[in-house]
Design a binder for this molecule. Sequence first.
Ligand code: ZN
Length: 199
Amino acid sequence: MVAALLAGPQPIPIVTAGNTVLRRPAEPYDGQLGDDLLSELIEAMRVCMHEAPGVGLAAPQIGIPLQIAVLEDPATIPPELAAYRHRYPLDFRVIVNPRYTAVGTERAAFYEGCLSVPGYQAVVDRPASVLLECLDENGTAVQEQFDGWSARIVQHETDHLGGTLYLDKALTRSLTDNDQYTSLWGGLPITVARSGLGF
Ligand code: ZN
């Protein structure tokens, strides 16, 4: 299945909401692909994420039900917006069989979107900091704290591997299509959208 996908058109097409692969918990990765195929898959996922473009991609989003995701955020946004969202560059990384737990009680509510739910964004209230426990692509155990926007990416991608989409956790009254987001809410404090849309 993975070999066939890698032999097909690149970037690999992204699976969208409504497909069962996005709704079933993915299987833990335990060497099912072998090292070479895993490396090829990771490279294909990296290309797919960049082309989309997105800041994370989970294997189920290309139809593969394994607990593997890639993350990378160049955070190329205006400095004042980056500061407001605590969004700073996140180097490329692979997370395998990830779990996260909240660190502290602080929460952060911001708009986020998903390559598998194209055209829309909604606010998700999430723990501001999380402890990620996973393996890297070499099978080495990793324990690392993430804060700000990077913590949001870690949670969003890990949630994918459990069959959860961000909309499951979103404040649904905040839902906006990309055009409305750009013209009305983008770049403004979340309180503006909160009072305008009533969430
Ligand atoms: Zn997503």
